[in-house]
Write a protein that binds this ligand. Structure first.
Ligand code: FAD
Ligand code: EPU
Length: 339
């Protein structure tokens, strides 16, 4: 039975641990729940926000509308050949649980994305990525409901328009669809991707010469735990900014001035700069604004150090943006969804 709560505190529902109220809050456990919800007058007459694990969202104010927490569960194999398998996961599954489920079945493809917080339904939103893999590399299709009409449709790889931390759902279809399930095309034999330098270093450190899928996952988990703050202990939403892309000529000018600049050549001839490095060079590691701060171990992560508000984090991010621009002439873009 669908329950709609009023004046609901979202603090436990966002990994920044920010206090913010929403006017209405409901949780859906099945597609039937959603179809029932869209008939409801409160739903029809209010702004809507779909929430997964709240790990890529910053509430800078109360949300005057209805928050729909997606709890659609279930993981299944929908088809397979001798070498490949299509795994479908419903949107409310915890991302890392899906990764572990795949590893336990010896399905290869998601292991580099181990331990990314949040739910499956949000994974296509920004085409989550880590350690040399993005979901677009293993994506098969997704199913989504039109939030106004309740009509269900599927999106294939091209229709999702995935890019670096981008998709159609962050752009022209922003707030238009509730993602209900995502399917991935995985390999039945290990095709490991250890191109990301840190993974090999970690495997060597673990004294593993012939890694399994599980070993790669463990290596990724170990790297992540050493760098990224656990939201249970310190509120954060991972990288607050994207790594900026610049042209070759901008890159060469910067490299002349800053020989230690950290950058990666992209297929299109542009360069991606390590935003964490840029922020660190501005001497901002540990810099605090009220209770919000730049993380001391990873400058790309902003943290809720001491009971800060969402606005404190936002103002801190503006300060970081300005400092980086004044120093390097490079404009950072926020990765986190700002409400
Ligand atoms: P939420 O924060 O709940 O939502 C994010 C956005 O998606 C919102 O706009 C929301 O409205 C929308 N949304 C959520 N669910 C649905 C749905 N079912 N249908 C339609 N819209 C929906 N990200 C990476 O890419 N790589 C990383 O390595 C990484 N590391 C992180 C490390 C830490 C410590 C933290 C805290 C975050 C990290 N992130 C990373 C960011 C975050 O984990 C991902 O963006 C994740 O996919 C967000 O999932 P969520 O369920 O928490 O989404
Ligand atoms: N660096 C610094 N100082 C810092 C932080 C980083 O000099 O304070 C340098 C590092 O030394 C390294 C480079 O910057 O040479 C890159 O750092 P790191 O490997 O930690 O990765 P990142 O670019 O900061 C990105 C993603 C992460 C993802 C990791 C691993 C973005 C915005 N962030 O971080 O994703 O987990 O690579 O693939 O692309 C997220 O999106 O929330 C997220 C955590």
């Amino acid at each position: 039975m669908l329950q709609i709560k009023q004046h609901f505190n979202l603090k436990p529902y966002n990994t920044f641990g920010i206090e913010a109220l929403c006017t209405y809050f409901t949780e859906i456990y099945s597609e039937t729940d959603f179809l029932e919800l869209i008939q409801n007058t409160i739903y029809k007459t209010n702004q809507k926000l779909i929430l997964g694990g709240g790990s890529n969202i910053l509430f800078t104010k109360n949300f005057d509308g209805i928050v729909i927490k997606n709890n659609l569960k279930g993981i299944s194999v929908i088809s397979q050949t001798q070498t490949e398998v299509i795994v479908k996961a419903n949107a409310g599954e915890v991302w890392h649980d899906l990764v572990l489920w795949c590893i336990s079945n010896n399905y290869c493809g998601l292991e580099n994305l181990s331990l990314i917080p949040g739910c499956v339904g949000a994974s296509p939103m920004q085409n989550i990525g880590a350690y040399g893999v993005e979901i677009k590399d293993v994506f098969y299709e997704l199913e989504a409901f039109d939030v106004e009409t309740g009509d269900k449709r599927s999106f294939n790889l091209l229709e999702c328009k995935f890019g670096y931390r981008e998709s159609v759902f962050k752009n022209e279809f922003k707030n238009k669809y509730l993602i209900a399930s995502v399917s991935f095309k995985l390999k039945k034999q290990a095709h490991l991707n250890t191109t990301y330098g840190a993974i090999n270093t970690e495997l060597e450190h673990m004294k593993i010469t012939n890694p399994s899928i599980k070993d790669v996952s463990n290596a990724v988990i170990s790297i992540r735990e050493s760098k990224l703050p656990n939201p249970k202990n310190m509120g954060n939403a991972g990288s607050f900014f994207k790594n900026p892309e610049v042209t070759e000529s901008i890159y060469l000018n910067l490299k002349l001035k800053y020989p230690n600049l950290v950058a990666y050549l992209l297929d299109n001839g542009n360069y991606k700069l390590a935003a964490g490095w840029l922020i660190e060079q501005c001497d901002l590691k540990g810099f605090a604004h009220n209770g919000a701060a730049v993380h001391t171990k990873q400058a790309l992560v902003l943290i809720n150090k001491n009971n800060c508000t969402g606005d404190d984090v936002y103002q801190l991010s503006t300060y970081v943006l300005q400092k980086v621009f004044n120093t390097f002439g490079v404009t950072l873009e926020r990765e986190v969804n700002i409400i």
